[in-house]
Write a protein that binds this ligand. Sequence first.
Ligand SMILES: Nc1nc2c(ncn2[C@@H]2O[C@H](COP(=O)(O)OP(=O)(O)OP(=O)(O)O)[C@@H](O)[C@H]2O)c(=O)[nH]1
Ligand SMILES: [Mg+2]
Length: 282
Amino acid sequence: MTSPSIQWYPGHIAKAERQLKEQLKRVDVVLEVLDARIPLASHHPQVAEWIGDKPRIQVFNRVDMIPDKTRQEWLEWYRARGDKPYFTNAKQGKGIQELKRAAQAAGETMNQRRRDRGMRSRPVRAVVIGFPNVGKSALINRLVGRKAVVSARRPGVTRQLQWVKISKEIELLDAPGVIPGKLEKQEDAIKLAICDDIGEAAYDNQRVAAALVDLLVKLHFSSVLESRYHLDTLSLTGEAYIHSLGMKLFQEDKERAACQLLNDFRKGVLGAIPLEFPPKDR
Ligand SMILES: Nc1nc2c(ncn2[C@@H]2O[C@H](COP(=O)(O)OP(=O)(O)OP(=O)(O)O)[C@@H](O)[C@H]2O)c(=O)[nH]1
Ligand SMILES: [Mg+2]
C-alpha cells in the first residue's frame, strides 16, 4: 500500500496568497525567508514570477539550527550563482543589522529613482514572505526591535497581512506563510513536515518520524539518535526504529515515540542538523 501524499493548502493560505499578490504591487523589496535546515524545500517555486524585477533578499533563518560549516557551504553555493543570502537567527536576534541595511539600500535605489523623476522620497516598503513557521514574524519583531506581531511555535500563526512601521525609512509587511497549492515533490513535503513548516493536520506523525530516522541515517547523523535514546539504528528501517523506540521508552506507544522524536528534532535537542546540502550538480 502506498501512503497517502502529504498535501496542505487550507483556505486561509489560499486567501493570503491572493492578498499577498495584490500587495506585492505596492512593495519595493521582498525578503524571502527560508528555513536554513531545508532552504530548497522551503523555497516557493512561484516567488520569481510573483515579484518580477523587484529586488529580492533571501534570508536563511534558523541559522542556529545548522552547523557553521554547512552555512559556509550554502554561502559559497549562492555566491557562485551571483546571489548573496543573509543568515539570521530571529530568535536571538543575530544577523539582523546586516539584513536591515540591505533592505534600506534596496529602498535607497527606489528613492533615488523617485527623486530623479521629481518625486519625494518615501519609506521603503518591504514584505516578508516564506513558508509557514519559518520565522517571518519573529524576524519582523527583531527588525522593529519590539513585539509588533505575533510569533509562536506552530505553522499558521499569522492569518492576516499586517503593515509595521519600523522607522522613517522602512515599513514592513508581515504575511501569513504561503505554500504551493500542490506539493509536487513528496520528499520536500516530508521535510517540511519534519521541520514543522506545514500544518500537522496534513500528515501522520509516525510516518514523518520514521522518514526523519531514515533521513538521519542517510545523511550520517544516526549517532544523534543513539546518544539521545540509547537505541542503535543498526540496520532498522525508520518504521522499525519508531516501533522499537515506543517499546523501549514509551510503554509500547509508537505515537508518543514519534512525537517525542519530532519534538526533539524541532527544538534542536538532537543538535544542529541540516536536512539539505548544496547540490553538487549545479
Ligand atoms: N531556533 C530558532 N527559532 C526561531 C528562529 N526564528 C524564529 N524561531 C521560532 O520559530 C517559531 C515560529 O516563528 P514565527 O515568527 O511565528 O514564524 P512565521 O514564519 O511568522 O509563522 P506563520 O505566521 O505561522 O507563517 C517561533 O517559536 C520562533 O521563536 C530562529 O532563527 N531560530
Ligand atoms: Mg507569522
